[in-house]
Design a protein around this ligand. Structure first.
Ligand SMILES: NC(=O)c1ccc[n+]([C@@H]2O[C@H](COP(=O)([O-])OP(=O)(O)OC[C@H]3O[C@@H](n4cnc5c(N)ncnc54)[C@H](OP(=O)(O)O)[C@@H]3O)[C@@H](O)[C@H]2O)c1
Length: 352
């Protein structure tokens, strides 16, 4: 690719993003203390981990399995999920746990619906919902429902999954939702809400990723605002930055950029186990807190104003709702649970 076409394709945004990212990776590599956690006793607890086939999700699932919980590996690739399950069962520390593999492709609303139906047929409670799966740096592409891929997988798929599982979480005492975001959210801008699918502007995969991670935090902010009915036992919600972790997440990036990331940045990256320690701690240690953003196991991060912007979080919620296809009985349920207000309820019903 020539210099000019590279510049046109990646532009100023990506250059700024890379400089910011390299600085953040190097400084956090130097100052991140890389703590580990000990698995707690979570017998009789049920956990769903999305994206449990590799990286942070797989190691988070392993910690829950070691805790004696019933763990649902929610995987896009079912065969890979079964291999992970076999690997976990080979370990003495995990052989007594119950592990189930259920297919979940967050880029397909049909798949999300079918995952929830399968889970509900098991008639289990749900103590921990770990929203971890994610993509980074994919070329402009769309989910089966015609939504830009980063937004669709990293935010919208998890948004839909959370809404469909909300009642089960409410019916489970002390349930907890953990959203795996990233400090890269600071590079996301609220302007993306005007053109979330890049129909009118030039695409930058970095920007799309950063915006999807901003959506994770706006989703948490809005969800906390909606979990207010005194009669309902809502889950508590936390978001995490797992650190910069050496996983397969950057595999979709340009070849030489990936090489650079893999060789140079990896000197400063954490291991998937260290990333998972932050996710696990957010689930079990910070349980009485909601709406917070944690990292490095026990550190709190302050959220930038655009990640806690009331009108942006409401706008994102409404736009996200408008992209879902929900049957009337689900919409009725969501109104009862406080997840849709009267205006949204009418909009959803009219859309049907
Ligand atoms: N690594 C980092 O430095 C870093 C930093 C900050 C935040 N994070 C976040 O941490 C999370 C985990 O990333 P990772 O680093 O562990 O990456 P990873 O090794 O690439 O794992 C990503 C997981 O997400 C799954 N996934 C991708 N698309 C999916 C879809 N459409 N439906 C269901 N599952 C899908 C992948 O499944 P397949 O095996 O089928 O591809 C895989 O299991 C992501 O949300 C990422 O944004 C990572």
């Amino acid at each position: 690719m020539g210099v000019m076409s590279w510049w046109q394709a990646y532009g100023w945004y990506s250059l700024r993003a890379w400089l910011w990212l390299l600085f953040d990776i190097i400084t956090s590599g130097l100052f991140y203390s890389k703590k580990q956690v000990e698995p707690r006793d979570l017998k009789n607890n049920v956990v769903i981990v999305t994206g449990a086939t590799s990286g942070i999700g797989k190691e988070t699932a392993r910690l829950f399995v070691k805790s004696g919980a019933t763990v649902i590996l929610a995987c896009r690739n079912h065969t890979l999920g079964e291999q992970v399950k076999e690997e976990f069962y080979k370990d003495k520390a995990t052989e007594s746990s119950q592990i189930l593999v259920l297919s979940l492709d967050l880029a397909s609303m049909d798949s999300i619906r079918s995952f929830v139906e399968q889970f509900q047929r098991l008639q289990l409670p749900l103590h921990y919902l770990i929203l971890n799966a994610g993509v980074l740096g994919v070329d402009l592409s769309y989910t089966r429902d015609n939504v830009e891929m980063h937004f669709g997988v990293n935010h919208l798929g998890h948004f839909m999954l959370s809404l469909l599982l909300m009642e089960t979480m409410i019916n489970t005492k002390h349930s907890r939702m953990v959203i795996v975001s990233s400090t890269m959210y600071v590079l996301g801008s609220l302007h993306f809400l005007d053109d979330m699918h890049y129909k009118k502007r030039r695409y930058s995969s970095f920007e799309a990723y950063a915006c999807s991670k901003l959506c994770n935090l706006l989703f948490m902010h809005e969800l906390c605002k909606r979990c207010t009915s005194a009669n309902l036992n809502y889950p508590s919600i936390v978001a995490v930055h797992p650190g910069y972790v050496h996983t397969r997440v950057a595999r979709h990036l340009n070849e030489w950029v990936y090489y650079l990331y893999d060789r140079v940045a990896s000197l400063f990256l954490s291991s998937p186990e260290q990333g998972a320690a932050t996710v696990y701690a957010a689930a079990v240690d910070w349980k009485s807190f909601s709406g917070i953003f944690t990292t490095n196991v026990d550190q709190l991060l302050t959220l930038a104003p655009h990640a806690v912007d009331d009108s942006a979080s409401k706008c994102l919620w409404r736009k996200s709702l408008s992209l879902l296809y929900l049957p009337p009985q689900v919409i009725d349920k969501l109104r009862y649970l406080g997840m849709v207000d009267e205006d949204e309820y009418l909009q959803c019903r009219i859309k049907r």
